[in-house]
Design a protein around this ligand. Structure first.
Ligand SMILES: C=C(O[C@@H]1C=C(C(=O)O)C=C[C@H]1O)C(=O)O
Length: 438
């Protein structure tokens, strides 16, 4: 083969229909990768191939390597249905210049919104040619044990040591509230001086537990919290994002940018009032409009038709309300893959800022955090270039007994540091309570 692979590396994918009622989520086991959108559920195990992206120019310049790896796999059965053949699971870092490792799993179970379900298995095309088999699929359920006794936890404060004999969890912000608010202040001064319109500043919480933190247990807990969202679990990166970065199914492209946020109160009357406030706030409407324009402009060149809803909607996402606008279009031919569209859109002003180059420079200087995959793009792509990617937010990066959580807020000239701090707390509330729950 031209890329140096041998016959022994050639892979063969077989897709078969699964029994009616078969739910991929019933097969979640330790080490699973999973992605659930409003349209389908995918649960995967094992590794058929790992694709390393961007060693020279960063992942965003190398997404074609994923399509090539998928295209090189022989396919049999259920051709043409989105996600039903070989797929790659991707969690692409926020920083486009970084490398990324993407997995094409050995076994994928899928179910679409109509209840149609399937199983795809990938194995060496010629087992006799000497490919070393990967370890067998993990079996059995993951334990549901995260850690116990989160008494005394709170979302605010610089350090919240969680007591109770023996102490099990420790939660701390990576910098103090006052120091973080000073960064917000400094950013607003740059906006007031006219250097840029908006920059998104993240804040980090670190959780340490005596017991290992279980990604699958967290994933299960997040599933019911975001019925209209994108719930993912990939290599210890677990989250429930409300925001569709982009989906491409055949020649239809969709994105649903969200920007402009207010905390929810829990009281329906108050929340209704806040929804009205969101829709009337000039500051938040402007922040939102910039994000929609940018998505529209980035997609337009690929489309024969593209439209955005004339007015934003208010959507509920856990402890916050967002302004959201659906952008939808028809792709021209030859249609780009969903990964081409991801690379064109990322980073959106909702996770980066505007203008993007100025925003990224200031973030680099001020934020002092490794965003890793947070704020990046998380999703799946198949061999036909179909796929769904969410903005990778409302998440936790789990590693053994520690977890990092990051929440970001859009800072503009008239941002109030205290209100922005509260907004990060409301965003942490999407995942943190589920991580520390006994
Ligand atoms: C960056 C985050 O959220 C993003 C920022 C938003 C805002 O500033 O209004 C809204 C939705 C997301 O696009 C996050 O949750 O960490």
């Amino acid at each position: 083969m031209a890329d140096g692979r041998t016959e022994a590396d050639e892979l063969h994918a077989v897709t078969t229909r699964a029994g009616t009622g078969d739910d991929p989520l019933d097969h979640l086991a330790a080490g699973a990768m999973a992605f659930r959108s409003p349209n389908r559920t995918l649960v995967a195990h094992g590794v058929a191939r790992r694709v390393e992206l961007g060693r020279t120019g960063g992942w965003a310049n190398d997404v074609a390597a994923i399509s090539e790896a998928l295209a090189a796999i022989d396919r049999e059965g259920r051709d043409g249905e989105p996600a039903s053949g070989p797929v790659a699971f991707c969690a692409l870092p926020f920083d486009r210049r970084r490398t990324a490792a993407v997995t094409i799993p050995r076994l994928v179970r899928g179910r679409d919104v109509h209840g149609s379900s399937w199983v795809t298995t990938i194995s060496p095309a010629n087992p006799a040619a000497g490919t070393t088999p990967s370890p067998p699929f993990p079996s059995g359920r993951s334990t549901n044990h995260l850690a116990t006794d989160p008494t005394g936890s709170e979302l605010g404060g610089d350090t919240a040591a969680i007591s109770g004999p023996p102490p099990e969890l420790r939660l701390r912000a990576s910098i103090g509230d006052a120091e973080w608010m000073a960064k917000v202040d400094e950013l607003t001064r740059h906006m007031a001086a006219g250097q840029l319109e908006k920059a998104v500043l993240f804040r980090e919480l670190r959780l340490t537990s005596e017991a290992p933190l279980d990604p699958i247990a967290l994933y299960r807990r997040l599933l019911p919290t975001a019925p209209a969202g994108y719930v993912f679990c990939l290599d210890g990166f677990v989250g429930a994002s409300p925001e569709l970065l982009v989906s491409r199914i055949d020649d239809t492209v969709r994105a649903e940018p969200m920007a402009g946020t207010l905390p929810r109160s829990g009281d329906p009357q108050t929340d209704l009032r806040r929804a009205g406030e969101l829709l009337r706030s000039e500051k938040l409407r402007h922040e939102h409009a910039v994000t929609i324009e940018r998505a529209h402009d980035a997609l337009l060149g690929w489309c024969s038709y593209l439209d955005a809803q004339p007015e934003p909607l208010v959507v509920e996402a856990g402890a916050v309300l967002h302004l959201a606008t659906l952008v939808e279009g028809r792709l021209s031919h030859p249609a780009p893959t969903v990964l081409d569209l991801v690379a064109a859109l990322h980073p959106t002003p909702a996770v980066g800022g505007w203008p993007i180059a100025e925003a990224l420079e200031l973030i680099d200087e001020l934020e002092c955090l490794d965003r890793d995959r947070v704020g990046g793009a998380v999703g799946w792509v198949d061999a036909d270039g179909n796929g769904e990617f969410a903005v990778a937010i409302r998440s936790a990066l789990l590693d053994g007994t520690t977890a990092r959580l990051l929440a970001g807020v859009g800072i503009v000239a008239d941002s109030d540091p205290q209100a922005e701090l509260e907004e990060t707390r409301a965003k942490f509330a999407a995942v943190l309570p589920h991580l520390i729950r006994p």
